[in-house]
Design a protein around this ligand. Sequence first.
Ligand code: NAD
Length: 249
Amino acid sequence: MLLSAKTAIISGAASPHGIGLATARRFAAEGARVAILDIDASTAADAAASLGRSHIGLRCDVADKSSCEQAVARVIESFGSIDILINNAGITQPVKFLDISPADWDRIQDVNLKGILFLSQAVIPHMRARKSGSIACMSSVSAQRGGGIFGGPHYSAAKAGVLGLAKAMAREFGPDGIRVNCVTPGLIGTDITAGKLTDEMRAKILEGIPLNRLGTADDVAGIYTFLASDLSAYVTGAVIDVNGGMLIH
Ligand code: NAD
């Protein structure tokens, strides 16, 4: 098993059809103990229980620094150590540039970008002390192509910010044995689009995907598993596309 005796935190992993829960399932199957952190305590606890008894689910609002610190302290109390952090939580909003309100901008940046800063700041001192850790951060193809999929320009900006932040983290913490990488999925069939993805939008997107299908949560879970495991021991600061060839250039 790729992750035996490892412990992992995955943020935004309580949603039933989401990338986070698919990743939690995959990690558990590879031998890891998983802490699911999500915005609602009981949904997080239920998601963790669905994986088996050795896993935990905790409330954590990644956009709130003290919430991140409290959740990470509880994970360390329960598991004793943290080997892997998957910064997966995110929200989106399909809105045009001129319609982005100050509140929209803040909400999208806070969860998608600042959330990665806060949760990583809570975990890194622990990883640094152990001279070991793997962190993977969720970006998006929207960061690379300036949207045009579902999320608005503020989502593209936040996800592009993730790429810069993660690469800077990879530089700063490489000497401490901490690897930091990003995944950039294309359109993945989850509930994040909240029923707002029309058949017409879907058909148009499919035209630009050489593998001729939308992605699945498991497609991304496999890449997170690679980045979390020692298979990627010499990979840091990397960005891995999971998009069916949507961005071949
Ligand atoms: P999802 O809506 O199923 O999952 C997102 C999870 O994040 C949910 O469980 C939600 O409760 C949680 N969350 C939201 N705000 C939070 C907060 N403040 N603190 C903690 N948790 C919070 O959607 P998904 O598609 O599985 O999205 C997972 C990640 O993948 C997101 O970062 C998203 O932006 C990114 N992504 C998704 C796609 C796609 O097409 N689905 C493509 C590229 C990137």
